[in-house]
Ligand binder design. Structure first.
Ligand code: 13P
Length: 251
């Protein structure tokens, strides 16, 4: 039985006070929730504040990005060891904004994934197609390539500590959510890819989240689907009420 996850990606939003207030609110309001795994990805400068607020609560936290080297002359980057040091247990790898705006290719994401696993940071590996790729019929090919290249050399055992997030680029921040049919079709395709390339067991166990314009009024139609194991939420994770609703609706 795969445990559902609701994760908030705060992107480059909030300041220290509002980040702390939101994290505190989440920990307090959801302290009794056991059936759903709860995670947040605050901006990096505020991660260190999370340790105090979230320690001893069921809310996990992690970074939105990291570098693949352990240390060195890499101005502006954050190492996996630093993330561990400040209590992170998770990291987002390959968000479409990293892929598109910061030109992160599959090969780089593969190195980041491997390093995250080495440091026992559980990666949420994000994949997804653009509207153009969907409309031109290349959709499944694009997703297959992202999986194949991103996960190259990653073992079946390591996959026990990986979460996949399918986030169609055209649904991110647009208010256009994938229909339940579109989402289920792709999630089933991704699960099947794990079946073919790893094993039945991996396919059954790996958690695949949907992301892109999730709101309290559309979560139930998505979370009830067979192959959707939760949501990676942007905008609606920035408000305490909508985020806690998303968690409650996913129980
Ligand atoms: P929105 O929920 O704002 O569409 O963002 C989704 C996302 O990118 C989460 O990583």
């Amino acid at each position: 039985m795969r445990k559902k996850i609701i994760a908030g990606n705060w992107k480059m939003h909030l300041l220290a006070d509002s980040a702390l207030e939101l994290a505190r609110g989440i920990a307090e309001d959801l302290k009794d929730v056991q059936e759903v795994e709860i995670a947040i990805f605050p901006p990096s400068p505020y991660l260190i504040l999370m340790k105090e607020v979230l320690n001893g609560t069921p809310v996990k936290y992690g970074a939105q990005n990291m570098y693949f080297e352990e240390k060195g002359a890499f101005t502006g980057e954050i190492s996996p060891g630093m993330l561990k040091d400040i209590g992170c247990s998770l990291v987002l790898i390959g968000h479409s904004e990293r892929r598109k705006i910061f030109n992160e290719p599959d090969s780089l994401l593969n190195r980041k994934l491997k390093t995250a696993l080495e440091f026992q940071l559980l990666p949420y590996f994000c994949i997804g197609e653009t509207l153009e790729e969907r409309e031109s019929g290349k959709l499944f090919k694009v997703i297959e390539t992202q999986l194949k290249e991103g996960l190259a050399g990653i073992s079946e055992k390591q996959l026990e500590s990986v979460v996949v997030a399918y986030e169609p680029v055209w649904a991110i921040g647009t208010g256009v959510v994938a229909t339940p049919e579109q989402a289920q079709e792709m999630h089933a395709f991704i699960r099947d890819w794990f079946r073919k390339n790893y094993s039945e067991k991996t396919a059954e166990n790996i958690r695949i989240l949907y992301g892109g314009s999730i709101k309290p009024d559309n979560i139930q139609g998505l979370i009830s689907l067979k192959d959707i194991d939760g949501g990676l939420v942007g905008g609606a994770s920035l408000k305490l009420e909508s985020f806690t609703q998303l968690v409650r609706y996913s129980r």
